[in-house]
Design a protein around this ligand. Structure first.
Ligand code: SAM
Ligand code: SF4
Length: 332
């Protein structure tokens, strides 16, 4: 039972943990191709520090951890990290969001280490569009990663797709057709104002309604009633059992049911992707406090961060300001 309850009565059970802000792709909606503002290596949490924070989070009721980044698989000790989280007392459910580039090699070791679920990001089925959207010619590696994830039993494999107007928005239906044929659980995510290049433009947004209406011309979509705290609205496709998800973060915010907090790779705790404030946990870990004092201080910071959480992300307010950290440095 979570003890992390905010002033709006929302309990927090899910922590997104960024393992690095580095990446081997340059998705245009995430970071510019010449992006170089990486966090200093000395600021990144080492694996012992990471595990210490996760243990405290779990002691306060976090029962789900999603590893993300940047690209989490760029962390050289990723298999060890998964194994150590899986060995924590009352181990949380463990999942990962990845671009899949090195998954062909790592899927089986990760499952053996305790990984249970995976989301793989893929925005297009077309090699040239992939190159244009990521600045890398590596679509085959993603397909190999998806195959390896299925083979390793990370089922159902979820696919995350961001649609950009005039780039890949003509593929909405073909992506779903492919996902159904491959037994993959596809989820479309509205583009959010979190890119390092500041290219987000509300007028160009492919909205949840746009996606629904494109898909509805080819498939019968029936809403799945229970959503809970899940970001995606799920629809049965042609009566099911296959489903498709649409995450309308901008046009259909789901903040009222949010149960997530976020830990950045440099040890800052955030109550929301769009928070303007962060709580520094790294300085506690690197202080001269005793082990007990550190644990107490971390517990207290978890509670104060959650208590300060705002009711919503505010993207639709005229006063909205994009956070200074991009998605890749917060952890998507
Ligand atoms: N590198 C990994 C990957 O791409 O799956 C994990 C990190 S990435 C930031 C996590 C997810 O955020 C991906 O599915 C990506 O498509 C999505 N994402 C990145 N920037 C976004 C943006 N501006 N709006 C919406 N989703 C975004
Ligand atoms: Fe890298 Fe993921 Fe951002 Fe693409 S979305 S640049 S894969 S962190």
């Amino acid at each position: 039972m979570t003890q992390l309850i905010d002033t709006y009565g929302r309990g927090h059970r899910d922590m997104r943990v960024s393992l690095t802000d580095r990446c081997n792709l340059r998705c245009t909606y995430c970071m510019p191709h010449d992006f170089a503002a990486w966090l200093p290596s000395k600021d990144l949490l080492n694996t012992d520090e990471l595990i210490e924070i996760i243990e405290v989070a779990v002691s306060q009721g976090i029962d789900e951890i999603r590893l993300t980044g940047g690209e989490p698989m760029l962390r050289p000790d990723i298999v060890e990290i998964v194994s150590r989280i899986s060995s924590i007392k009352n181990a949380p459910k463990l999942s990962m969001t990845t671009n899949g580039l090195v998954l062909a090699k790592l899927a089986k070791p990760l499952v053996d280490a305790g990984l249970r679920r995976i989301n793989i990001s893929l925005d297009t089925l077309d090699r040239d569009v992939f190159k244009k959207m990521t600045h890398r010619d590596r679509i085959d590696d993603v397909f190999a990663g998806i195959a390896a994830a299925k083979e390793a039993g990370l089922l159902p494999v979820k696919i995350n797709t961001v649609l950009l107007r005039g780039v890949n928005d003509g593929e909405t239906v073909s992506l779903l057709k492919w996902a159904l044929a491959e037994d993959l659980n596809l989820r479309f995510i509205e583009q959010m104002p979190l890119d390092a290049g500041g290219i987000w433009n509300r007028d160009q947004l492919i909205t949840a309604d746009d996606i629904f209406s494109q898909l509805s011309q080819h498939y019968e979509l029936t809403p799945v009633e229970y959503r809970g705290s899940a970001p995606a609205e799920e629809f049965l496709v042609n009566g099911g059992p296959a489903t498709v998800g649409i995450i309308g973060s901008v046009s259909r915010p789901f903040c009222g049911a949010c149960d997530r907090i976020r830990l950045t790779s440099d040890g800052q705790l955030r109550s929301c992707l769009f928070s303007m404030a962060e709580t520094d946990l790294r300085s506690i870990l690197r202080s001269n406090m005793s082990a007990n004092e550190k644990t107490e201080a971390l517990v207290s910071k978890f509670h104060s961060t959650v208590k300060a959480k705002l009711p919503g992300h505010g993207i639709n307010d005229s006063s909205f300001i994009q956070p200074s950290r991009p998605m890749s440095a917060i952890g998507g």
